[in-house]
Design a binder for this molecule. Structure first.
Ligand code: ZN
Ligand code: ZN
Length: 153
């Protein structure tokens, strides 16, 4: 028995774009659609299986990082994860508009926050996770690695 094909629902509310892939009638998102371009995203597991995977769009290179996964990256993010994210970014050629985004979990508008020491702005729902556009997640993993190394000195 195969699952019914996913349908994408798009709503635009006050220029906040919200996209989720819905697989059943309850309306709960089963698989995330890219917040930028609507393609279904690939999940990249992290080394600790108790931590949620990263969802990455191979079309535009954006990535959704749940709160627990962002904590994991801060504690011990790895070169292997960074390598996998970088491979996904390399293949991503679509350059979507950077509209304000809604959280894919609670639909609240996300805050745009600057990442210290980089030129990047990321979109954050403090309860659920962070959206990184292409190159931002690899930069974040690298920054956290440098920070841990300087803490060890
Ligand atoms: Zn995308
Ligand atoms: Zn949220």
């Amino acid at each position: 028995v195969s699952a019914p094909p996913p349908k994408t629902v798009e709503r635009v509310v006050d220029r906040v774009v919200e996209r989720v892939v819905v697989r059943d009638t309850s309306g709960a998102p089963a698989t995330l659609a890219c917040l930028r371009c609507g393609q279904s995203m690939q999940t990249t597991p992290v080394e600790d299986a108790s931590v949620s995977p990263v969802s990455q769009c191979h079309s535009c290179g954006g990535a959704w990082v749940p709160v627990d996964t962002a904590d994991f990256i801060k504690r011990k993010g790895t070169d292997e994860l960074r390598r996998q994210i970088a491979i996904g970014e390399m293949l991503a050629l679509v350059k979507p508009r950077r509209d304000a985004l809604a959280c894919p979990v609670c639909s609240a508008p996300m805050e745009q926050l600057g990442m210290a020491e980089t030129v990047h702005d990321v979109d954050v729902c403090r309860a659920h996770g962070t959206w990184f556009d292409r190159t931002e997640l690899a930069a974040f993993i690298q920054r956290e690695k440098r920070r841990r190394e300087s803490d060890d000195e």
